[in-house]
Design a protein around this ligand. Structure first.
Ligand SMILES: *Cc1c(COP(=O)(O)O)cnc(C)c1O
Length: 361
C-alpha cells in the first residue's frame, strides 16, 4: 500500500537553515496548516516546539483545535477564522487573525465578561487582494480596538509573488505600504506589537524585510519555490508504494480507461495501488510523470484511475512487489509536481487520507 514517509531529521535541518537566516530577535512561525502540508501536523508541531518554536500558525479553527487535542499548548495563530467558528476558537484559546470589523465586534461579544486582553492579530491587504483590512482603515481600526477587550499581538500582511526575481515593483509597493502601516500604528499605540510579512520564499528573496517574524510552511518541508534555494533544504516527504501486478499486453491493446494508452509493441505493464483519490491527479497520467524502481524509471501510461495507475516496464527488470518511488529526498515533490504542471504545495496537501503516514524520528 502507498506510504508517505516523513523524515523528522530533514524537518529539523530545514528549521535550522531558516533560523540561520533570521536575526536573533526575529521569530520563525511554523505554519502547520493542512495537516502540516499533507504530513502529520501533531508530530511536526511537537518536533518544532521542542526545539524552540513558540508560535504556530494554521489556516482554520478546526486545525488549531486538533493541535490542542494533540497536547500543543503554544500560542496558535489562525489565519482564516470563519465567523461561525469564533466561539470554538475562544474555547480553545486560539488567536485569530482579524480581517474585518464585523468579526472584531462579534468576537468581543463572544468573550466572557471578565476577559480584558484576548490576544488577536490583524491582517492587512496590501495588494494580494484576498483578505484583510484596507490600509486606509488603520486609524479607525486602532480607535475601535482601543475600546475593546483585546491585546494586539501582531500585525501582518502577505505578499503576492515572493519567489519571482527582484526587482518586482508590485511587491516593492506592498512592502512599502506595510512599512508605512507600521509607522502609522506605532504612532497610535504604545504596546509592543510584532510585525511580519514574509513567507518562506520571501525570507530567501527579501531577508531585509524579515521584521519581527517570518511565517514559514513549505520551507520546513524542503522547498522555497526556486530550485537554487531548494538546494539548501531537504525534502521531508517520500511517497512510495509497491507493484500490485504485472501483466503482458499484446501489441494494439489499450491500457486503462477511455483508451488512454495503446501498446505500440508487445508490452509489460505494472499496476500500482495508488490513484487520483490518493492525490496522484490525472494530470500526471499519459506519460507526464515517471516513477522510480531502484535506479530504473518508468512512465505512467494512460489515465490515472481512482485507486490504481499503470506504468510501462517493458524494458525494465522489475517484479511484482518491488518498491516504487514517486518522490522523496532524491527526486523531490517539487520536481515531480512540475511534471503535472502543478506545485509542491498542491501535490503535498493533496496526498489522500488513505496513504499511511510514517513518522521517522
Ligand atoms: C500558508 C501561509 C504562509 C506560509 O507560506 P509558505 O510559502 O508555505 O512558507 C504564510 N502566511 C500566510 C498568510 C499563509 O496563508
Amino acid at each position: 500500500m502507498p506510504k508517505l514517509t516523513l523524515y523528522a531529521s530533514h524537518l529539523l535541518h530545514n528549521y535550522q537553515v531558516l533560523k540561520q537566516k533570521l536575526h536573533t530577535n526575529t521569530q520563525l512561525i511554523p505554519v502547520v496548516k493542512a495537516n502540516a502540508y499533507g504530513s502529520l501536523a501533531p508530530q511536526v508541531a511537537h518536533t518544532l516546539t521542542e526545539v524552540g518554536a513558540e508560535y504556530l500558525a494554521v489556516a482554520f479553527v478546526e486545525e488549531g483545535i486538533a493541535l490542542r487535542q494533540a497536547g500543543i499548548d503554544n500560542p496558535i495563530l489562525v489565519f482564516y477564522p470563519q465567523r461561525e467558528q469564533l466561539k470554538a476558537l475562544v474555547e480553545a484559546r486560539l488567536e485569530p487573525a482579524i480581517y474585518r470589523f464585523s468579526d472584531l465586534r462579534l468576537l468581543s461579544e463572544l468573550l466572557p465578561p471578565t476577559e480584558r486582553y484576548y490576544p488577536i492579530h490583524l491582517k492587512f491587504n496590501t495588494g494580494l487582494n484576498r483578505l484583510g483590512f484596507s490600509t486606509a482603515e488603520v486609524e479607525s481600526l486602532m480607535d475601535e480596538l482601543g475600546k475593546m477587550p483585546f491585546l494586539l499581538k501582531s500585525v501582518y500582511s502577505h505578499l503576492g509573488a515572493t519567489e519571482d526575481p527582484r526587482p518586482q515593483p508590485y511587491i516593492d509597493r506592498q512592502l512599502e505600504l506595510f512599512c508605512e502601516l507600521k509607522d502609522r500604528i506605532e504612532a497610535k499605540i504604545s504596546t509592543p506589537v510584532t510585525y511580519h510579512i514574509l513567507n518562506t520564499s520571501g525570507l530567501f528573496n527579501y531577508p531585509e524585510f524579515q521584521m519581527d517574524a517570518v511565517r514559514s510552511g513549505i520551507g520546513l518541508h524542503g522547498f522555497a519555490n526556486q530550485p537554487q534555494w531548494d538546494l539548501q533544504l531537504k525534502p521531508v516527504a517520500e511517497l512510495k508504494t509497491s507493484i500490485a501486478q504485472i501483466i503482458d499486453v499484446p501489441k494494439g491493446d489499450h491500457v486503462g480507461y477511455n483508451f488512454g494508452w495503446q501498446a505500440q509493441r508487445k508490452s509489460r505493464i505494472a499496476t500500482l495501488p495508488i490513484g487520483h483519490a490518493d492525490g496522484i491527479g490525472r494530470y500526471f497520467g499519459k506519460g507526464k510523470a515517471q516513477v522510480s524502481i531502484g535506479d530504473q524509471k518508468a512512465p505512467i501510461v494512460g489515465n490515472v484511475c481512482m485507486d490504481l495507475l499503470m506504468i510501462d516496464i517493458t524494458d525494465l527488470n522489475v517484479h511484482e512487489g518491488d518498491e516504487v518511488c514517486f518522490f522523496g529526498p532524491d527526486f523531490s515533490a517539487a520536481q515531480w509536481a512540475e511534471k503535472g504542471q502543478t506545485i509542491a504545495y498542491e501535490l503535498l496537501t493533496g496526498i489522500g487520507s488513505r496513504v499511511t503516514r510514517v513518522w521517522k524520528p
